[in-house]
Write a protein that binds this ligand. Structure first.
Ligand SMILES: [Fe+2]
Ligand SMILES: [Fe+2]
Length: 199
Protein backbone atom coordinates (compact mmCIF):
# COMPACT_ATOMS: atom_id res chain seq x y z
CA UNK A 1 0.00 0.00 0.00
CA UNK A 2 1.36 3.42 -0.91
CA UNK A 3 2.29 5.89 1.85
CA UNK A 4 -0.28 8.34 0.50
CA UNK A 5 -3.03 5.73 0.71
CA UNK A 6 -1.94 4.67 4.22
CA UNK A 7 -2.01 8.31 5.29
CA UNK A 8 -5.57 8.71 4.01
CA UNK A 9 -6.81 5.60 5.79
CA UNK A 10 -5.23 6.40 9.16
CA UNK A 11 -5.88 10.17 9.11
CA UNK A 12 -8.48 11.50 11.55
CA UNK A 13 -9.56 14.31 9.23
CA UNK A 14 -12.80 14.25 7.21
CA UNK A 15 -13.12 11.03 5.27
CA UNK A 16 -12.69 10.89 1.55
CA UNK A 17 -16.10 10.77 -0.15
CA UNK A 18 -15.55 9.39 -3.59
CA UNK A 19 -19.27 9.65 -4.34
CA UNK A 20 -18.92 13.45 -4.08
CA UNK A 21 -15.47 13.77 -5.63
CA UNK A 22 -16.63 12.20 -8.87
CA UNK A 23 -19.48 14.71 -9.09
CA UNK A 24 -17.10 17.63 -8.69
CA UNK A 25 -14.88 16.15 -11.37
CA UNK A 26 -17.83 15.99 -13.73
CA UNK A 27 -18.35 19.73 -13.22
CA UNK A 28 -21.33 19.65 -10.84
CA UNK A 29 -21.67 22.48 -8.31
CA UNK A 30 -22.43 20.20 -5.35
CA UNK A 31 -23.16 23.03 -2.89
CA UNK A 32 -25.67 24.57 -5.27
CA UNK A 33 -27.30 21.17 -5.76
CA UNK A 34 -27.53 20.60 -2.01
CA UNK A 35 -29.24 23.98 -1.55
CA UNK A 36 -31.70 23.14 -4.31
CA UNK A 37 -32.42 19.70 -2.85
CA UNK A 38 -33.04 21.11 0.63
CA UNK A 39 -35.67 23.47 -0.80
CA UNK A 40 -37.23 20.84 -3.04
CA UNK A 41 -37.33 18.22 -0.28
CA UNK A 42 -38.76 20.73 2.20
CA UNK A 43 -41.52 21.47 -0.31
CA UNK A 44 -42.45 17.78 -0.40
CA UNK A 45 -42.74 17.67 3.35
CA UNK A 46 -44.81 20.87 3.67
CA UNK A 47 -47.02 19.79 0.78
CA UNK A 48 -47.63 16.44 2.49
CA UNK A 49 -48.68 18.34 5.62
CA UNK A 50 -50.98 20.81 3.86
CA UNK A 51 -52.48 18.13 1.62
CA UNK A 52 -53.55 16.33 4.78
CA UNK A 53 -55.67 19.35 5.68
CA UNK A 54 -56.96 19.78 2.13
CA UNK A 55 -57.96 16.15 1.87
CA UNK A 56 -59.85 16.38 5.17
CA UNK A 57 -61.93 19.17 3.65
CA UNK A 58 -62.98 17.33 0.52
CA UNK A 59 -66.43 16.73 1.94
CA UNK A 60 -69.97 16.15 0.74
CA UNK A 61 -71.12 14.51 -2.47
CA UNK A 62 -68.42 16.16 -4.62
CA UNK A 63 -65.64 15.67 -2.14
CA UNK A 64 -66.22 11.98 -1.63
CA UNK A 65 -65.11 11.13 -5.16
CA UNK A 66 -61.98 13.27 -4.83
CA UNK A 67 -60.64 11.95 -1.56
CA UNK A 68 -58.83 8.98 -3.00
CA UNK A 69 -56.96 10.92 -5.65
CA UNK A 70 -55.92 13.60 -3.15
CA UNK A 71 -54.78 10.83 -0.80
CA UNK A 72 -52.57 9.29 -3.50
CA UNK A 73 -50.94 12.66 -4.23
CA UNK A 74 -50.51 13.31 -0.49
CA UNK A 75 -48.88 9.97 0.30
CA UNK A 76 -46.66 10.11 -2.76
CA UNK A 77 -45.31 13.46 -1.63
CA UNK A 78 -44.22 11.78 1.58
CA UNK A 79 -42.41 9.17 -0.50
CA UNK A 80 -40.73 11.96 -2.47
CA UNK A 81 -39.57 13.52 0.77
CA UNK A 82 -38.10 10.25 1.99
CA UNK A 83 -36.52 9.35 -1.33
CA UNK A 84 -34.59 12.57 -1.72
CA UNK A 85 -33.71 13.00 1.97
CA UNK A 86 -31.42 9.99 1.76
CA UNK A 87 -29.65 11.47 -1.26
CA UNK A 88 -29.31 14.85 0.45
CA UNK A 89 -27.32 13.29 3.29
CA UNK A 90 -25.20 11.22 0.93
CA UNK A 91 -24.18 14.46 -0.72
CA UNK A 92 -23.14 15.94 2.62
CA UNK A 93 -26.21 18.13 3.03
CA UNK A 94 -28.84 18.10 5.74
CA UNK A 95 -32.42 19.06 6.46
CA UNK A 96 -32.92 22.12 8.66
CA UNK A 97 -32.58 21.14 12.32
CA UNK A 98 -35.61 23.23 13.23
CA UNK A 99 -38.87 22.21 11.56
CA UNK A 100 -40.02 25.83 11.43
CA UNK A 101 -37.18 26.42 9.02
CA UNK A 102 -38.50 23.68 6.72
CA UNK A 103 -41.53 25.78 5.80
CA UNK A 104 -39.35 28.87 5.36
CA UNK A 105 -36.98 27.28 2.86
CA UNK A 106 -39.60 25.36 0.88
CA UNK A 107 -39.27 25.74 -2.88
CA UNK A 108 -43.04 26.16 -3.25
CA UNK A 109 -45.54 28.37 -1.48
CA UNK A 110 -47.75 26.72 1.12
CA UNK A 111 -50.92 25.14 -0.32
CA UNK A 112 -53.22 26.62 2.32
CA UNK A 113 -56.85 25.73 2.82
CA UNK A 114 -58.92 28.59 1.39
CA UNK A 115 -61.85 30.22 3.17
CA UNK A 116 -64.22 29.02 0.43
CA UNK A 117 -63.15 25.38 0.70
CA UNK A 118 -66.72 24.03 0.56
CA UNK A 119 -66.53 24.33 -3.21
CA UNK A 120 -64.25 21.36 -3.97
CA UNK A 121 -63.04 23.05 -7.15
CA UNK A 122 -61.22 25.61 -5.04
CA UNK A 123 -59.33 22.84 -3.25
CA UNK A 124 -58.49 21.22 -6.57
CA UNK A 125 -57.03 24.51 -7.82
CA UNK A 126 -54.73 24.70 -4.80
CA UNK A 127 -53.65 21.09 -5.36
CA UNK A 128 -53.00 21.77 -9.04
CA UNK A 129 -50.85 24.80 -8.31
CA UNK A 130 -48.74 22.80 -5.85
CA UNK A 131 -48.17 20.06 -8.44
CA UNK A 132 -47.13 22.60 -11.04
CA UNK A 133 -44.58 24.13 -8.69
CA UNK A 134 -43.24 20.64 -7.93
CA UNK A 135 -42.83 19.93 -11.66
CA UNK A 136 -40.82 23.13 -12.17
CA UNK A 137 -38.64 22.35 -9.15
CA UNK A 138 -37.82 18.73 -9.99
CA UNK A 139 -37.31 19.60 -13.63
CA UNK A 140 -34.65 22.08 -12.52
CA UNK A 141 -32.96 19.37 -10.46
CA UNK A 142 -33.01 17.08 -13.51
CA UNK A 143 -31.43 19.80 -15.63
CA UNK A 144 -28.70 20.43 -13.05
CA UNK A 145 -27.77 16.78 -12.71
CA UNK A 146 -28.30 15.38 -16.20
CA UNK A 147 -25.09 13.80 -17.46
CA UNK A 148 -23.25 14.69 -14.23
CA UNK A 149 -24.91 12.95 -11.29
CA UNK A 150 -26.71 9.76 -12.38
CA UNK A 151 -28.04 8.92 -8.91
CA UNK A 152 -29.65 12.27 -8.11
CA UNK A 153 -30.91 12.47 -11.68
CA UNK A 154 -32.52 9.05 -11.44
CA UNK A 155 -34.31 9.87 -8.18
CA UNK A 156 -35.39 13.34 -9.35
CA UNK A 157 -36.75 12.07 -12.64
CA UNK A 158 -38.79 9.42 -10.85
CA UNK A 159 -40.31 12.11 -8.64
CA UNK A 160 -40.84 14.38 -11.64
CA UNK A 161 -42.74 11.67 -13.49
CA UNK A 162 -45.16 11.24 -10.60
CA UNK A 163 -45.61 15.01 -10.28
CA UNK A 164 -46.52 15.17 -13.96
CA UNK A 165 -49.10 12.45 -13.33
CA UNK A 166 -50.49 14.38 -10.36
CA UNK A 167 -50.84 17.52 -12.45
CA UNK A 168 -52.65 15.56 -15.15
CA UNK A 169 -55.08 14.07 -12.60
CA UNK A 170 -56.08 17.46 -11.24
CA UNK A 171 -56.31 18.97 -14.72
CA UNK A 172 -58.70 16.17 -15.65
CA UNK A 173 -60.85 16.76 -12.59
CA UNK A 174 -60.97 20.53 -13.08
CA UNK A 175 -61.18 20.83 -16.84
CA UNK A 176 -62.12 17.39 -18.16
CA UNK A 177 -58.76 17.13 -19.92
CA UNK A 178 -58.07 13.37 -20.31
CA UNK A 179 -55.15 12.13 -18.23
CA UNK A 180 -55.29 8.37 -18.54
CA UNK A 181 -55.72 8.21 -14.78
CA UNK A 182 -56.70 4.96 -13.19
CA UNK A 183 -56.57 4.23 -9.49
CA UNK A 184 -53.29 3.15 -7.93
CA UNK A 185 -53.00 -0.48 -6.81
CA UNK A 186 -53.19 0.77 -3.23
CA UNK A 187 -53.29 4.28 -1.70
CA UNK A 188 -50.11 6.27 -2.31
CA UNK A 189 -48.42 3.46 -4.21
CA UNK A 190 -45.71 5.67 -5.72
CA UNK A 191 -44.93 3.28 -8.58
CA UNK A 192 -41.66 5.06 -9.33
CA UNK A 193 -40.72 6.65 -6.04
CA UNK A 194 -41.37 3.85 -3.55
CA UNK A 195 -38.12 2.45 -2.29
CA UNK A 196 -37.72 -1.29 -2.53
CA UNK A 197 -36.76 -3.23 0.57
CA UNK A 198 -33.20 -3.30 -0.59
CA UNK A 199 -33.12 0.21 -2.10
FE1 LIG B 1 -44.10 15.36 -4.65
FE1 LIG C 1 -47.31 15.72 -6.35
Amino acid sequence: MSEERKEKITSKSDPEVVGIEVLKKSGLDVDKLIEKLVRATAAEFTTYYYYTILRMHLTGMDGEGLKEIAEDARLEDRLHFELMTQRLYELGGNLPKDMREVANVSACSDPYLLENWKDSKNILKVLLEAEQCAIRTWNEVCEMTHGKDPRTYDLAQRILQEEIEHEAWFLELLYGRPSGHFRRSYPGEGPLSRKTRTG
